[in-house]
Design a protein around this ligand. Sequence first.
Ligand code: GAP
Length: 453
Amino acid sequence: MSAPSDTQRMEKIVSLCKRRGFIFQSSEIYGGLNGAWDYGPLGVELKRNLKNYWWRVMVHERDDVVGMDGAILTHPDVLKASGHVEGFTDPMIDCRTCKAHLRADQLVEKKGVKQCPNCGGKDLTVPRQFNLMFETHVGAATDESSIAYLRPETAQSIFVQFKNILEVSRKKLPFGIAQIGKAFRNEINPRNFTFRSREFEQMELEYFCRPEQGMELLEYWKEERLKFYENIGIPRSKLHALTVPDEERAFYSKGTYDIEYDFPFGWQELEGIAYRTDYDLLQHQKAGGKSLEYFDEETKQRFVPHVVEPSAGVDRTVLALICEAYSEDQAPDEKGKMETRVVLRFHPRVAPIKCGVFPLLKNNPQLVGKAKEVVGLLRPHMTLFYDASGAIGRRYRRQDEIGTPFGITVDFETLGEKDPALRDTVTLRDRDSMKQERVAIQDLPAILRERLA
Ligand code: GAP
């Protein structure tokens, strides 16, 4: 499904990401490496918070899921069996005018004639299949025998380790194996900032089940995954689960949903949820020559389990979180004049920095001492940013722009100078409403922990 793109909004987001240290182009000082991105100090915290929350919900809070962390280097036989060596391709077309390599679906059509989207050229090659996997060599030899691949998805190591994990975890069907990790695809045209990259991370669950449970579990996981996105601050109105039509589904899949988000550049996929039947395990059983069957002690039946796979992109979800959070409103400056405020309205759960701590004046040792005390009290519980420089309004703005949900100011009332009853209290500011409340320092850990849960 497409929607009008909002180029200006996207440009502001990309520029903020660089200016404040969320995302930088990889190898930037050497001119950049297309399709690769480096996460800066704030980006890495945001990404980590997302991955930790996914792991918490998908693994720690469930009895029926265990985790694994597989190797990125993959034996070619694994990817031959899975079908990637033969079929993990995109149709590629070259524009003979501007020499661009294009994915066939990126051509534009004007009056029934296909054209290059870059230069409008009509002199195009016929499509040819381009394999998206990165090939490398393992060991000193660089011949056929040493070929290995950087994994194009994390899923295959889960299938290959299915039997080992079943044995060590002693789980009964239905149960899942979860993994978060890097995947690599030599995309013909990386684009839309981090959305389509050549190196990215996935959060994948392979949920093994009996054949008769597959369709029901597909619906179950669709709902669970939609709830997940809502719980990190992406409203249901900006998400939809698209039923992938029969002709676009992998031949072995009995049902697939794409969860799409309304990005500024249109509705695009965040996650695929596929009922992959017993295809993967059967392929590896056949190629590897070892039984991947499950023995059901109750029915005494032996069979190869089916699988439902929710497969989400870390980088795409980070981008969706930033796009969703970005907003501009009007707020008064120091002199009371209204100005535009840029604010990232992250859900506190994923915000990179949870709380800013500010002594009202940086050259007052008592205020600074108290503020440092507050930092010491809160540091074990959350990420903090201590900032003593500049007018307090400026300091608030700097935190608003990176999405810090709370700000604590230590002022003269904290020192009990105006009213002894207010000694050891501070103001706690809410990023979104900009309202401030007075709270006791000793209550801060409990109040903030509850609001960040
Ligand atoms: N194991 C199934 C699988 O890999 P996929 O739909 O190809 O399915 C799953 O990928 C998710 O991985 C996508 O929904 C997307 O979020 C992420 N992803 C795939 N290709 C990507 C790319 N080139 N850049 C960033 N994320 C990507």
